[in-house]
Design a protein around this ligand. Structure first.
Ligand SMILES: N[C@@H](Cc1ccc(O)cc1)C(=O)O
Length: 512
């Protein structure tokens, strides 16, 4: 971990970027330390204890869970209830969340609990901070949440490991939580009556994943814009399609921004007559209109994600100041579900756009004089070379899979848990889908970027071609460090994988 400024978990509003810095191990997570904050947290837990002394009925504390809320739990069993909650939810399946996602989940849950409306002790928050600090990462299976009673099952792995049960990843090894507690000299927490519920009854898994997805989509937008500009040069498209006055006539702000970025890349300052077609095919001409929808949606998606991240998404909500226990449904992840279902659709459209641009590049009927399949082979071996043919087939497959994945998850709500949870969000499925769509679309972007760069290289070798505008010349040079021109056929897997790594690391500074 470098010495980036710590991200404070307490009463401050966190931005997606803050959570991301913690998730990626770029910044430490610190709990707010002032006494006012600690007292506020303590008041919630004390208020719950005082209610218990008075034998008040509190859902999930003196009652069974969910549909079983009509079952009274006698006081002598109240202490045993939290352990039952995380225990019977220990039925997650599917792949394990990776380290970055797990930190995002821990951070999202910690942020929600620091609201001070969940009735947990400061010790619980401190231990969560310690998990992040020492990178003790619960092994969380990603499947089994309907996203509306909170992410109960995946979050049970957070509750259980805090209590010294199940397994964690620690220093690159899979070990039991009990062993790590011993190693670090910690006593496993005995969760207080409301604490397991407070940990589990919320949207932290889908919200953590949504933060990761948002950041990837944000970079993808800029990368797809840069790829489009490279393709306009490679294909000798008509730059007038990105004219400032043209976009002022239909002023969606994000769409105007994308057009402005392309103008900047092409260094257009005066009308430039077309070299070939008066009107290019839509994947070039309408690129700002496709990418603009993503650009214009990001603000709304950010608002949904950050409001959820900074909320007390628990039940019941403990309002110690007014001595009230508020029973409601804040674990319902409808906003994240909508945000992620929308993002899937937006991102799949980017895959489709780039795939269409690639289709133009490789095809001599549309590429305005570039070689077949963008092969740089000399005439003597041209007949046995196939250049980017298979890469383009791959991009078609990745695009189809991203498009297939765009089916909304939220419309598959189904009644569950004895019809207590009879309307659910499926937001966690939507968030996982969004990440998968991003992965596929980044693959399409990697293929299209390498191909566009090859197209630019081939074009530059043609006599009489205009010099590359400065921003694209810089990108062309940066790409040349990793990817050499394709002359004779070679297997491109390792280069595609390197390109994907670069994309995930947001390696190229774009339109900063
Ligand atoms: N989310 C439910 C609680 C719940 C907890 C565990 C369950 O298995 C089911 C439901 C509520 O607050 O009403």
């Amino acid at each position: 971990m470098n010495n980036a400024e710590a991200v404070i978990f307490g009463e401050h509003h966190l931005r997606i970027e803050d959570l991301l810095a913690v998730a990626q191990g770029r910044a430490p997570a610190r709990l707010q330390t002032d006494t006012a904050f600690r007292e506020r947290i303590a008041r919630g837990a004390q208020f719950l204890d005082s209610l218990l002394d008075r034998e008040g009925v509190i859902y999930g504390v003196t009652t069974g869970y969910g549909d079983s809320c009509v079952v009274a739990v006698p006081l002598h069993q109240v202490e045993a209830l939290p352990q039952h909650l995380f225990t019977f939810h220990g039925c997650g399946l599917g792949k394990l969340l990776d380290a970055e996602a797990t930190r995002a989940v821990l951070g999202a849950r910690l942020r929600s609990l620091t609201h001070g409306m969940s009735g947990v002790r400061i010790e619980l928050l401190e231990r969560m901070q310690a998990f992040l600090e020492h990178d003790v990462l619960p092994l969380i299976p990603e499947e089994g949440s309907v996203g509306a009673s909170g992410d109960l099952t995946p979050l049970s792995y957070v509750a259980a490991t805090l209590a010294g049960e199940r397994n964690v990843m620690y220093r690159g090894e899979r070990v039991s939580a009990a062993q790590v507690h011993r190693q670090l000299g910690w006593t496993p927490l005995t969760l207080r009556p409301k604490e397991a519920l407070a940990l589990m009854n919320g949207t932290a898994v889908m919200t953590g994943l949504a933060c990761l997805a948002y950041a990837r989509a944000d970079y993808l937008l800029k990368l797809a814009t840069r790829i489009t500009a490279l393709n306009v040069v490679a294909l000798e498209g008509n730059p007038e399609h990105f004219d400032e006055r043209l976009f002022a006539a239909k002023p969606h702000p994000g769409q105007m921004q994308v057009a402005a970025w392309i103008r900047q890349d092409l260094a257009i300052d005066a009308p430039t007559p077309p070299l070939h077609r008066l009107q290019d095919r839509y994947s070039l001409r309408c690129a700002p209109h496709v990418l603009g929808v993503l650009a214009d949606s990001l603000g709304l998606l950010r608002q949904f994600i950050e409001t959820e991240l900074n909320s007390a998404n628990d039940n019941p909500i403990i309002d110690a100041d007014n001595e009230r226990v508020l029973h409601g449904g804040h674990f319902y992840g409808g906003h994240i579900a909508f945000a992620m279902d929308s993002l899937k659709n937006l991102v799949a459209n980017v895959a489709d756009l780039l795939d269409r641009q690639l289709a133009l590049l490789v095809d001599t009927r549309y590429n305005h004089g570039l070689p077949s399949n963008l092969s740089g082979a000399p005439e003597a071996t041209a007949m046995i070379n196939h250049g980017f043919k298979a890469v383009q087939i791959g991009a078609s497959a990745w695009t189809a899979e991203a498009l297939k994945n765009s089916m909304p998850a939220s419309v598959f709500s189904r009644s569950t848990e004895c019809h207590n949870q009879d309307k659910v969000s499926m937001g966690t499925i939507a968030a996982r889908d969004a990440l998968r769509s991003l992965e596929l679309t980044e693959q399409v972007a990697a293929a299209t970027l390498i191909a566009a760069n090859q197209g630019v290289w081939l074009r530059q070798r043609q006599p009489g071609t205009r010099a590359l505008p400065a921003p694209l010349a810089l990108m062309h040079e940066a790409l040349a460090e990793d990817f050499s021109p394709l002359i004779e056929d070679r297997a491109l897997e390792s280069e595609l994988r390197l390109c994907l790594e670069r994309i995930r690391a947001q390696h190229w500074g774009l339109y900063a």
